[in-house]
Design a protein around this ligand. Sequence first.
Ligand SMILES: Nc1ncnc2c1ncn2[C@@H]1O[C@H](COP(=O)(O)OP(=O)(O)OP(=O)(O)O)[C@@H](O)[C@H]1O
Length: 270
Amino acid sequence: MSTDTTEATERQTRLVGLAARDVVKTFSVKGKENLVLDTINLEIPKGEFVSVIGPSGCGKSTLLRIFADLIPVTSGTAVVDGISPQLARADRRLGVVFQQANLMPWRSVLRNVGLPLEVEGRGKVARDATSRELLELVGLAGYEKHLPRQLSGGMQQRVAIARALSTEPDVLLMDEPFGALDEITRERLNQELLSIWGRLRPTVLFITHSIPEAVFLSSRVVVMGARPGRIVDVVDVDLPYPRDPGARTDPAFHAAESRIRALLATAGGH
Ligand SMILES: Nc1ncnc2c1ncn2[C@@H]1O[C@H](COP(=O)(O)OP(=O)(O)OP(=O)(O)O)[C@@H](O)[C@H]1O
């Protein structure tokens, strides 16, 4: 490979937010290899917001866990922010948010948000200042001293998002973060998440079971099928950012919704 080509390839890799190249994942269950992800190929440029939708058990969380460096691939390559998931995690370029906020019940909201910085060894003054800024960003200024149990489910998820943002990650992996919330709270948090993303522009991989949520948030929606888990298609959402609630009534919104619904019907239901 010539130096020019090598440099071009390296430049391209640096611009990759997330990529899966021929990723295969099998789990061994009772001595039998179970194929869960079958040759996943996906490329998400830096700063893009992409959702993944698909029937239960198609491997959405497995894919996210590979990117989060929680499990290894069986074969193929996963790329996070231009490097391996292991390096990205070690370099604190990754933030992860799950369906459950998983806050420490005995720690105040402020000290929950600051936990990753504490682990990093950052001093208390700097930690608290960053945590306060993040709480302001997620709309929780004034709740610093509260304990998690004194907050609603939606507020707890906001704390989890603030905590995930504390290390200024380039990549945010979100596994059904609003799945347990009511519709009104969910729509409000969708709007807030988009405004945070617009300000910080991390690459986001967002797993959801909700078609409108996927369409509202994303520039592209990856539709997966099951048994074995595979990508059926990737649907472009032809709506500009910033998006407001009016986007939900746009013909392009309905077009993307219908397309995803049709794909899910052929992918084995939803
Ligand atoms: N650690 C594991 N050991 C064995 N099998 C596993 C393991 N983790 C996941 N699986 C299997 O892999 C498949 C995909 O699971 P995964 O949780 O990724 O699906 P999902 O699409 O996220 O599902 P859901 O929408 O219900 O959350 C399932 O059949 C699951 O049982």
